[in-house]
Design a protein around this ligand. Sequence first.
Ligand SMILES: Nc1ncnc2c1ncn2[C@@H]1O[C@H](COP(=O)(O)OP(=O)(O)OP(=O)(O)O)[C@@H](O)[C@H]1O
Ligand code: NI
Length: 315
Amino acid sequence: MNELLNVNEVSISFRQYVQGLKQKNLEVITDLSLDVREGEIVAILGSSGSGKSLLAHSILGILPENANQQGKIIYKGQLLDEELKDKLRGDEIALIPQSVNFLDPLMKISDQVIGDCSEEEYPQKKKKQEELFKQYNLDKDVEDMYPFQLSGGMARRVLVSTALMNNPKLVIADEPTPGLDEKAVAETLKHLKQMAENGVGVLLITHDINAALEVANRIAIFYAGYVIEIALTSDFKEDGENLLHPYTKALFKALPENGFELTEGHQPLHGDIPEGCPYFSRCPNSLAKCEHERPHLINLGDKKVRCFQYEKEEL
Ligand SMILES: Nc1ncnc2c1ncn2[C@@H]1O[C@H](COP(=O)(O)OP(=O)(O)OP(=O)(O)O)[C@@H](O)[C@H]1O
Ligand code: NI
């Protein structure tokens, strides 16, 4: 599978004013690395507020003004700078937004799915929209409806159709499942799978571990703004023996089918990250150096882990 997206040591922080004119830098994402290949679903699993949407917005080039980004994002071998992001956004790189509020309440559905286009382009775009509606089970009369007339499931299918209008190569789905009933979740996940089968690379942002386990090929686990492990989804099956990081192992044990065995403590918050390994205070097998030294993301081939225990195995 060819590599599509390569996020290389990206950090995102915000300048904040504290006590008058004193500035503080609040780092939300630190040295984040991950890659997505064609036809692959990579899930990013992290708790609320861990910076998942920020990563999506950074890839799309829609970060807020006061954000500061470091590191490199490579798309198909090319540096994804602001100019290229502008060019590809909504085209080769598409977002399935977190909320159906992204739909314009005052605009007819077909017009917003098709988007701005020239008169010459219109017939072809209209044809594509009709094909997508058929594929996603949206009746012809939905075309002339307004968002308030759609059920939740229909609105989600409209968002999926909108993302697919311009045949994207990379789709970023930002928490597409919260608040949906079981059937709608299954349907959304099925759509993501279909995209991947058609060669699209999908970055699935979620805090729903079960959704990630169901469709992803690989799962990147966020902890305190770091990716602490990139695991194969199959590592979460059976007894979880193949998982590497102690946090991922704890997460696995906390799955309902494994008895909700939670570890003590909580994730350090932005701006309060210790100088050493962010998991040090909770880790059952920490080494002396973990307190003051931070491990990098150790490359073990398809899998990666940020933990000194695996240093000797690095490729
Ligand atoms: N414009 C901003 N200025 C300052 N801090 C911000 C700004 N936008 C986001 N943040 C900070 O970044 C953190 C991460 O936000 P983000 O929306 O990426 O989280 P998330 O992982 O997507 O959460 P959720 O699961 O709730 O969607 C927030 O907790 C907030 O502290
Ligand atoms: Ni979010």
